[in-house]
Design a protein around this ligand. Structure first.
Ligand code: PRP
Ligand code: MN
Ligand code: MG
Length: 186
């Protein structure tokens, strides 16, 4: 189908709601990091939209870096096996790292990344996750900055994909079942 809107069942979180929440979190994080220069890391690809909105709403000095990791491979749910597709360019040793993530599902991705950054010598590691699906958590992840808790539905948009598409939607939406049933990956 040519128009992606035609594949959407319903909107779960509007663009305005997302932006308001991100702004609220950014104000808090800016206060918390006052006097420091956090290294804000986007977990690509899903976190790209959240990283942009979040850092633009932050008022403290910061640096950005990017790491592309995948936990899904070609399956519908997380396998726990993490693949680094592209590593950071910064040395995180001694840095205050703030990870930005689009969603915590099983928790495998962030559980692995937090440990990895600590192993590399980060001074502190905190997380901002726009979405959490508590029903799907397998391993514990300590998320300091929380966006929205959502039900166990297949969501796309604002960075989240279905078979690599729909990341460009400006809201969080639920796809029509016939669409995601034909796809391989979240
Ligand atoms: C998705 C999502 C999170 C992760 C969450 O990424 O963006 O990074 O899975 O799942 P988990 O808590 O079960 O680990 P994905 O592996 O699909 O890569 P992508 O960001 O490039 O879409
Ligand atoms: Mn991701
Ligand atoms: Mg994905």
């Amino acid at each position: 189908i040519a128009d992606i809107q035609e594949n959407i069942d319903h909107e779960l979180i509007s663009h305005d709601e997302i932006m308001a929440k991100i702004e609220e979190v950014a104000v808090q994080a800016s206060k918390d990091y006052e006097g420091r220069v956090p290294l804000v890391i986007a977990v690509l690809k899903g976190a790209v939209n959240t990283l942009t909105a979040f850092t633009q709403a932050m008022s403290c000095p910061l640096e950005m870096d990017f790491m592309s990791i995948s936990s899904y491979g070609k399956s519908m749910s997380s396998t726990g096996t993490i693949t680094i597709r592209q590593d950071l360019s910064a040395d995180v040793k001694g840095r205050d790292v703030l990870i930005v993530e689009d969603i915590v599902d099983s928790g495998y991705t962030l559980n692995w990344l937090v440990q990895e950054l600590k192993d590399r010598g980060a001074a502190s590691v905190e997380i901002f996750a726009l979405l959490e699906k508590p029903a799907r958590h397998v391993v514990d992840v300590d998320v300091k900055y929380k966006g929205f808790e959502i039900p166990d539905e297949f969501v796309v948009g604002f960075g989240l994909d279905c078979d690599e598409q729909y990341r460009n939607l400006d809201c969080i939406a639920v796809l029509k079942p016939e669409v995601y049933e034909g796809a391989l990956t979240q």
